[in-house]
Design a protein. Structure first.
Length: 84
């Protein structure tokens, strides 16, 4: 199957790739796979699938940043060591 060359679709896939730290082709495959599972056949439905995946990835990235902040040592605990 030929790749879709729509600018908005490619932009969404590029943003998804950037957010997930994967290649653009892997992001396009992920969108195509999700579109096939949901039965999306036209371009507008695929655009919707891509935007949904991007929103999910952004939410996960935000929660990942929050987890990173929680795992950082507080100034009061920086020099705390556990004994063996």
């Amino acid at each position: 199957m030929a790749a879709i060359q729509d600018h908005n679709y490619l932009r969404l896939c590029a943003e998804l790739a950037s957010c997930l730290s994967i290649s653009q082709s892997a992001a396009r495959r992920r969108v195509e796979h999700e579109a096939a599972r949901s039965g999306a056949k036209d371009l507008t439905a695929r655009l919707q699938v891509a935007s949904n995946l991007l929103e999910q990835a952004k939410k996960e990235a935000t929660s990942g940043e929050a987890l990173d902040q929680l795992l950082e040592a507080q100034p009061i605990d920086q020099h705390f060591m556990l004994e063996d």
